[in-house]
Design a protein around this ligand. Structure first.
Ligand code: 5AD
Ligand code: SF4
Length: 468
């Protein structure tokens, strides 16, 4: 393929095409200028990492990233539609632009709202020029070429693909943790969830290609990698000699230079003993599992089409608790799913007691387009959902406070990733993904692994001292 950067520079430098070419800087006909882009991301870590890859594609093409939409010729929003509120944010961003005033800019909507709303976005915001869902990111270079040649409305909306999005270059934002998507899409069909519609069917990346990227990451100094997927442990290696997910964890951990391997999100149905064995056997595999339960009531789980019962889920928790290492467990919970009774909700509260989570993200049910739950009877009033959420979060806060208090006096290895404005105050994470704020007499600690003793604990973080 011809290096695309040449195509664009030609557009930018040609005075005759300046009026038609969307990327031509206004009023500077003939000037050699590099097109600029602004990219804002909403939603989950998968989106954050997709944006890192999209930025890589653009930089590779010769674009320059800027930090405000005002300064950019190409403004991209990588969007989330998991709940209504997240989806609304995008339209409020799009509302900031005016067709006349921002005529020289190309506005693009990427990600889940793009996939969900498709060409309807052009109707609501006619100044949008690009609408592209994540299953079409492989086509980004072609779509960009179309925009660069003056095409005003470009879409990538197919979800019918068995390929993953791989880039020659990824512009990583996190200085110490490298994200890596190993499985895209989702083949589960949870009744409340838009992901199977917005991200398409499940497709896994070959383990050889994953390991090659991990080696490259280690070479440039990353020691922590996080393997990503909506259902990361449903990974199915498409290679001729496939590795299981647990084998992949071990293989990644064995790459020289890698000290921590994280993975998220795990689906309970595909969570088996071999993952726990991998954590037990290999210290570099982090002792943390994010295992969304969604509800503690088997009746609600069935209505949610979650493919496991309360008891089956608790067996997975027991499996994790039987490990030699203390594995931290976190979860996601939805309150107020249609038909959820007070008794169902009580079952979720009692599950919190049994499971003893170290963290929980909890949400009010939000009806989503295309999902089976949309048509379900007996919606729970907003106020009642709010009441249940407050009770649940308070109960979980107490559990976390007690669990963290039990860690006072213990020593943890912490990867330092934050520096406080207050002198000699630092922040980092344990292998179990706990946040630790600590003091140290030393300087320049970012990126180091240190031993920290816990002195105090709150519900969401630990406070400690660097032990030298
Ligand atoms: N309403 C509320 N929460 C939802 N989640 C997914 N879909 C919905 C919805 N329609 C939550 C689930 C999931 C997390 C990422 O978001 O708990 O695990
Ligand atoms: Fe959504 Fe369920 Fe797939 Fe998770 S497993 S992404 S909740 S459909």
């Amino acid at each position: 393929m011809t290096p695309p950067i040449d195509v664009r520079l030609e557009t930018l430098t040609s005075p005759t095409s300046a009026a038609a070419a969307p990327f031509a800087p206004a009023g500077v006909a003939g000037a050699v200028n590099v097109a600029t882009f602004y990219l804002e991301t909403f939603g989950c870590q998968m989106n954050v990492h997709d944006s890192e890859k999209v930025a890589g594609v653009l930089l590779r093409r010769g674009y320059r990233q800027v930090d405000s939409p005002e300064r950019a010729q190409l403004v991209l929003y990588n969007t989330c539609s998991i709940r209504e509120k997240a989806a609304q944010k995008v339209f409020s961003r799009l509302g900031q632009f005016k067709a006349g005033q921002d005529a020289g800019k190309i506005i693009g909507v990427l990600g889940c709202v793009a996939q969900q709303e498709g060409e309807r976005i052009f109707e609501r915001a006619p100044w949008v020029g690009l609408v592209c869902g994540s299953a079409s990111y492989r086509k980004l270079p072609e779509l960009l070429a179309e925009l660069e040649s003056g095409n005003r409305r470009v879409t990538g909306l197919d979800t019918d693909t068995d390929e993953t999005f791989e880039t020659e270059m990824t512009r990583r934002d996190h200085p110490f943790r490298a994200y890596l998507t190993i499985i895209e899409g989702c083949d589960k069909a949870c009744a409340y969830c838009v992901v199977p519609f917005t991200r398409g069917p499940e497709r896994s990346r070959a383990s050889g290609s994953i390991l090659e990227e991990v080696r490259q990451l280690a070479d440039v100094g990353y020691s922590e990698v996080q393997l990503l997927g909506q259902t990361v442990n449903s990974y199915k290696d498409p290679s001729p000699r496939p590795r299981s997910f647990a084998e992949l964890l071990v293989a990644v951990a064995e790459v020289p230079g890698i000290r921590r391997v994280r993975f998220t999100t795990s689906h309970p149905t595909d969570f088996h003993a071999d993952i726990v064995q991998a954590i037990d056997a290999v210290p570099a595999v982090c002792d943390h599992v994010h295992l969304p339960v969604q509800s503690g009531s088997t009746r609600v789980l069935r209505a949610m089409q979650r493919t496991y019962t309360r008891d089956a889920y608790l067996e997975k928790i027991a499996l994790i608790r039987s490990a030699r290492r203390h594995i931290s467990v976190t979860t996601d919970i939805i309150v107020g799913f249609p038909g959820e009774t007070e008794a169902d909700f009580e079952e979720t509260l009692s599950l919190l007691e049994v499971a003893q989570y170290d963290g929980a993200f909890s949400f009010k049910y939000s009806p989503r387009p295309n999902t089976p739950a949309l048509a379900m009877a007996d919606p729970i009033p907003e106020e009642e959902m709010g009441r249940r959420l407050v009770i649940l979060q308070e109960r979980q806060r107490q559990i976390q406070t007690a669990r963290n208090a039990a860690l006072v006096g213990e020593m943890f290895e912490v990867l330092v990733d934050g520096e406080s404005r207050k002198e000699s105050q630092w922040a980092g994470r344990t292998s179990s993904n706990r946040v630790v704020n600590f003091t140290s007499p030393r300087q320049n600690l970012l990126g180091n692994y240190l031993q920290v003793r816990v002195a105090r604990a709150g519900p969401h973080s630990l406070v400690g001292e660097h032990v030298i």
